[in-house]
Design a protein around this ligand. Structure first.
Ligand code: ATP
Ligand code: NI
Length: 315
């Protein structure tokens, strides 16, 4: 199936000012998202996951420099290339309508002075002006995300973290977008709520949407992801069908991440990721890699069947 979103060699640098090195936050990232796919993007804190999502929606600050392409299919018009799209196109056509975003730390993005319900109704009014009854749509969205209607009457500071997260998911769906980007939508939730939230995202994919789930929670990812992308120090180091990567990770970093799970014996990877202002030329994982001596150390993703790997050939 042709992708809804096709990201090609996307890079993001942040300028820090005269005489200071640039931050290499995202480097040559490529992936495609087709209808029905739920791609989980995982990797240690600070590797560039949120910057990648923000870059797709034109939400980065002015010191960001973008390169590459991200082509978004639209139902009835020409595709939109997101990196070069003017702010007017991003705000009027893309954000909320073609691409819904559940932002990281979602509770902080709610307007403090309006009730959850009022914000949801307003979002529906703006994003679906053709709907005669935005209240009815808002109630349907609340039900969909498992939000008790009593919470719609409350202000954000009266909501628990888990409830605010669900309001944020409902807001991301207000415009009925075909692509959903969810940045840590389960952070701070307890297990049943984590499962409920990711199952909801899986349901969105099953309806034919394309979903990008950014998460630290590998067990939640393994529960719902159709595809997995592993990011290290601004680059994807491995991606492919989720079940295969979980079953037989090829990249030593993927193996390390899975080893840190309960089933893998909680073996954390020793050491730290490199500074994004001083990335080495070759493989950035090399200093932490247990098998570095055997590899070519290439940072390029190379295709092997339906999997992609930035490392030596799979063994
Ligand atoms: N406006 C900015 N200016 C300079 N550097 C930035 C800016 N925004 C983000 N960064 C840097 O970009 C890198 C990637 O940040 P990002 O928020 O994408 O990480 P992440 O993978 O989402 O981490 P986490 O899992 O903790 O959310 C970090 O080193 C961060 O400090
Ligand atoms: Ni993040």
């Amino acid at each position: 199936m042709s992708p809804l979103l096709d990201v090609r060699e996307l890079s993001v640098r942040f300028r820090l000012g005269r005489g200071r090195p640039e931050v290499h936050a995202v480097t040559d990232v490529s992936f495609a998202l087709a209808p029905g796919e739920l791609l989980a993007l995982v990797g240690e804190s600070g590797c560039g996951k949120s910057v990648l999502a923000s870059a797709l929606l034109g939400l980065l600050p002015g010191n960001a420099i973008l390169r590459g392409e991200a082509v978004l299919a639209t139902p009835d018009q020409e595709p939109v290339e997101l990196v070069s799209a003017p702010e007017s196109v991003l705000s009027q056509r893309v954000r909320g309508r073609l691409v819904g975003l559940v932002p990281q730390s979602a509770a902080a993005h709610l307007t403090p002075v309006r009730t959850a319900g009022a914000q949801l109704v307003e979002a529906v009014r703006v994003l679906r002006p053709e709907e005669p009854d935005p209240h009815w749509i808002a109630e349907g969205l609340a039900e969909r995300v498992g939000l008790d209607p009593v919470f719609l009457k409350r202000y954000p500071h009266e909501l628990s973290g888990g409830t605010a997260q669900r309001v944020a998911v409902a807001l991301a769906l207000a415009g009925d977008p075909p692509v959903v980007l969810a940045d840590e939508p389960t952070a701070g939730l307890d297990r049943p709520l984590v499962e409920r939230t990711v199952d909801l995202l899986a349901g969105l994919a099953e309806e034919g949407r394309a979903v990008l789930l950014i998460t630290h929670d590998l067990s939640a990812a393994s529960r719902v992801a159709t595809d997995l992308a592993v990011m290290y120090a601004s680059r994807l180091v491995e991606r492919g069908p989720a079940a295969e990567l979980f079953e037989t990770p090829w990249h030593p970093y993927t193996e390390g991440l899975l080893g840190a799970l309960p089933g893998g014996g909680f073996r954390a990877i020793p050491g730290h990721p490199p500074e994004l202002t001083a990335l080495p030329a070759g493989c950035a994982f090399r200093p932490r890699c247990p098998v570095a001596d055997d590899c070519g150390g290439s940072p390029e993703l190379v295709r092997h069947g339906d999997r992609y790997l930035a490392c030596g050939p799979p063994c």
